[in-house]
Design a protein around this ligand. Structure first.
Ligand code: ADP
Length: 862
């Protein structure tokens, strides 16, 4: 920052404030504007497309500057935060009208991506998380915490690896991470690929004072460290009381169904791979919630499905009771629609940003509680007991708001009209005085019109002169000399005052000012009263959110005919009869969708799936994963009948997720994901491998696929669905007792391929690659040629033999000797370059598509 020349006191003040916020844009309040200077101005003017001007334009070193009107600041701040920047909002903290010399300025809030408070309706359906991380060097572990400032929830866990830290960050969609002084550089490096703002703590942790109350429930000092870094960062950035922060609670990731973020991404739980938004995801399907709190909670439940049978069954019991009570459910829906975001309203109360309208929303919401409670009490047979403990009406709070706050309260809390008549005697007196004064002025106006005979005489008001009598030039002659005192002359009118008018004006203005001040004071008192109920409101909000999600499950289960899954232990069979992929079914319609069962008895751990491309293999696998997730969040599932064990983890390798990790090849990613599964899966896990080994040469791929299957079968024993286009592997069924072949049916009708989308026992008879190419519209000529080549290759297919060594079965591929055929001899001229190229092709190392492309090129050359 250039400081060559001596600066004005104002710029000196600017520098002294800016030096504390080197990593934020400083919005420096100057009258009605926020101004930015130097690098901040240059960068912000580009980011927000503002005009860059200069202070002291004609001086030797003009100061780059840009500004925005303070009333429009929120939108600009939001844009900068969205882009991942921080904004330090610096206000004038003294009244410039009464201050001599420089007005004192202070940063009143540091707005950051992880601490922003969303106002927009869309955003409120999602949490906005800030994460705190302390590296526990001696234990090589991480104290990991996260909070949503708007709702006040704080959670802490000890995580054991960088992978789990990254998984948690991605699952939460955290916007910003704040580190303590001990950091782990490897973690920081890994995080660079993820779109998260990294904030270093400005102070050493030991210097930070954090209220013990917030961390008193935490079981260890390591957990407390993690919570402290987060809470102190919130205090430092927000600079105000944060009474709505809830006690930090510890959690253990292993107490939930674990899924890494590749799996969540692949399974499209909350984000569509194609469009990156909600549409087409499981969240989209399940979200029939009527409140923002419910929507957020649903997302949290989907992020952390349960593994404890009792808790899942408690949710199921509740869903069932709602499902069986249609009219009560409809009633509930209507009531929930009138419940605003209680959690965030409570946050705004604590934050001091609540206004009259918010309190009216709070009242409207609280007014629904008795009715909601009545509905639940009506259907309760014990399953709702614990929820009812917190679903308690707040009659006195409703009474207070009802009595005090005007239904049409404006957004501002300083300009009056917030408090109802009759609430406060003094306020009523001021209001009377204002009303009487105005009445008196109206009477004075008609009296003076009559007395002077000037029909157009008016009594007006402006901020500079207050009340005055205005007479147009053409009427001045009719005015008796000396009747009024002249105040101002305009081009076509004269303005006058009288002592009486001034007296009444003083009364009106004083009572107006006093009433506004008093209203503000009264509002603050009411706010303090509401603040006392924050704890209560937060509990109430949680119970309503939970009820809303359960109601949503009941709605969905009814609409799509889902059934309650029976949860059994992992030694029993997995039986999903006539299951459907919930999202594909919703999109296709239930008529179009072909249901498929997944049956794995105690002996079966692997289903090996073959079938043509596009026949429905990956849909079948996803269907199982989504069904497991739905069951473990307490929802009913898309089946005719479901008996299922509770899974501890889900691993997937479905589709390409290469774009998630930059700089890694598809095959590398595939192997890394496989490795994750093979390392961490247990016999209670679910593994979905879609065409693993496809990304390399045929022999490699087949060998790896077989190796992986054998390893899972012998060592991991997780329930596994493995789809492959290597038909050769299906012979494994003969030697691996826990492996069963299934395939997706397809039939040829008049040379056309018809997908049945139906899973059948045994393996597929062929791969139908050329048929799929035909469906994709490749030229007939090319397809005919490919069919000939295929016929030739098939007549010389590598032979498969089966070997068993060390009790582990092995499949060995014996290369066949390729002989020239009549077809190929068509090109039998040694010097033909096309033939040479063709000869050199390693067909066994090519994918069917690459072979087709190559053939196409060769044909073109001929
Ligand atoms: P594969 O993995 O075998 O290549 P997919 O699972 O991607 O095939 O399925 C291809 C398409 O077939 C899907 O987009 C879907 O529209 C349709 N499909 C899959 N399974 C079914 C089913 N059970 N019923 C109806 N359509 C299905």
């Amino acid at each position: 920052m250039p400081q060559k020349t001596k600066h004005t006191p104002m710029m000196e003040q600017y520098f002294s404030i800016k030096k504390d916020y080197p990593d934020a844009f400083l919005f420096y309040r100057l009258g009605d504007f926020y101004e930015m200077f130097y690098e901040d101005a240059i960068e912000v003017s580009q980011l927000l497309e503002l005009t860059l001007t200069a202070r002291n334009k004609n001086a030797d070193d003009p100061i780059p500057m840009c500004g925005i009107p303070h009333h429009a600041a929120q939108g600009y701040i939001d844009t900068l935060i969205d882009k991942g920047y921080k904004v330090a909002v610096c206000e004038q903290v003294e009244d410039p009208r009464t201050t001599k010399g420089m007005v004192k300025r202070e940063v009143v809030q540091l707005v950051t991506p992880g601490t922003r408070l969303a106002n927009s309706e869309g955003a409120s359906r999602e949490n906005n998380y800030l994460t705190g991380i302390i590296y526990l060097e001696d234990k090589k572990q991480y104290s990991f915490s996260y909070a949503d400032l708007s709702t006040g929830e704080i959670k802490v866990a000890i995580l054991r690896s960088i992978d789990s830290v990254i998984n948690e960050c991605e699952s939460l969609g955290t916007k910003e991470i704040v580190f303590g002084s001990e950091i782990n550089q490897e973690l920081i490096n890994r995080l660079e690929h993820h779109n998260i703002l990294i904030s270093r703590h400005i102070k050493e942790l030991s210097e930070l004072s954090v209220s013990n109350e917030l961390t008193e429930e935490l079981e260890s000092s390591d957990l407390i460290k993690g919570a402290n870094v987060l809470i102190s960062y919130l205090n430092i950035t927000q600079k105000r009381s944060l009474d709505h922060l809830q006690k930090a609670m510890s959690y253990q990731p292993e107490h939930f169904l674990k899924m890494d973020y590749y799996s969540k991404y692949n399974l499209e739980i909350a984000q569509s791979i194609r469009t990156k938004d909600r549409k087409g995801t499981l969240l989209w399907l399940l979200d029939e919630t009527n409140t923002a709190m419910g929507a957020r909670l649903l997302k949290q439940w989907l992020d952390r499905p349960l593994v404890e049978k009792e808790i899942i069954e408690e949710r199921q019991d509740r869903v069932e009771s709602l499902l069986n009570a249609f009219f009560e459910r409809m009633d509930l829906k209507e009531r929930l629609k009138k419940v605003y975001d209680l959690e965030r309203l409570a946050g705004r109360v604590a934050f001091g940003s609540v206004n009259g309208r918010d309190l009216i929303q709070l009242k409207t919401s609280l007014n629904q509680v008795p009715g909601i409670r009545e509905v639940i009490e009506g259907i309760n047979q014990g399953q709702w007991d614990t929820l009812l403990e917190d679903l308690v009406p707040a009659y006195s709070l409703v009474g207070l708001i009802e009595e005090a706050i005007n239904e049409e309260a404006p957004l501002s809390i300083t300009e009056g009209n917030v408090i109802k008549d009759g609430y406060n005697e003094q306020l009523d007196k001021y209001r009377d005085a204002m009303k009487n004064g105005k009445q008196w002025i109206a009477e004075l106006e008609s009296k003076e019109r009559e007395a002077t005979g000037i029909k157009t005489l008016k009594i007006k008001f402006n901020r500079v002169f207050g009340y005055f009598i205005e007479i147009t030039k053409s009427n001045i002659a009719a005015l008796p000399e000396g009747r009024y005192e002249r105040k101002q002359t305009l081009a076509n009118a004269e303005r006058y005052i009288t002592p009486e008018l001034k007296e009444i004006e003083t009364l009106i203005l004083e009572s107006e000012e006093k009433s506004q001040d008093l209203e503000y004071q009264l509002f603050l008192e009411i706010r303090e009263e509401v603040k006392k109920e924050i704890d209560f409101l937060q509990k109430l909000a949680k119970s309503i959110a939970s009820l809303d999600v359960l109601k949503s499950f009941a709605d969905i289960s009814e609409s799509y005919h889902y059934v309650r899954p029976e949860l059994v232990n992992d030694k029993e069979n997995l039986e999903l009869i006539e299951g459907r992929h919930p999202v594909v079914e919703k999109v296709l319609g239930s008529q179009e969708y072909v249901p498929n069962s997944v049956i794995m008895d105690q002996e079966t751990s692997i289903l090996l799936i073959t079938g043509p491309n596009m026949s429905g293999k990956s849909t079948y696998m996803r269907q199982l994963a989504l069904t497991v997730i739905m069951a473990q969040i307490g929802c009913f599932v898309p089946c005719e009948k479901a008996v299922m064990p509770i899974f501890d983890q889900i691993f997937t390798r479905i589709g390409a997720s290469d774009d998630l990790i930059s700089g890694q090849s598809t095959f590398m990613v595939e192997m890394m994901e496989a490795n994750q599964a093979l390392t961490y899966a247990t016999s209670k896990s679910l593994i979905l491998f879609d065409e693993i080994g496809r990304g390399t040469a045929t022999y490699d791929g087949m060998a790896l696929a077989q190796g992986i299957i054998e390893y899972i079968h012998e060592k991991v024993k997780a329930k596994t669905l493995f789809s492959t286009h290597y038909h050769e592997i299906t012979v494994l069924e003969e030697v691996l007792s826990g492996l069963k072949n299934i395939h997706v049916g397809a039939v040829e009708e008049d040379g056309e391929l018809v997908f049945l989308h139906k899973m059948m026992e045994g393996s597929a008879d062929k791969s139908y690659g050329i048929h799929v190419a035909k469906l994709a519209g490749l030229p007939d000529e090319l397809l005919d040629r490919s069919s000939d080549i295929l016929a030739h290759l098939e007549s010389e297919t590598p032979e498969m033999t089966l070997q068993t060594t060390d009790s582990v079965p092995k499949v060995e591929v014996v290369e066949a000797v390729v002989e020239e055929t009549e077809q190929l001899s068509l090109f039998a001229q040694e010097d033909n370059p096309v033939l040479k190229e063709l000869k050199e092709l390693n067909l066994l190392e090519m994918t069917p598509m690459a072979a087709l492309n190559c053939l196409f090129q060769l044909q073109k050359k001929l």
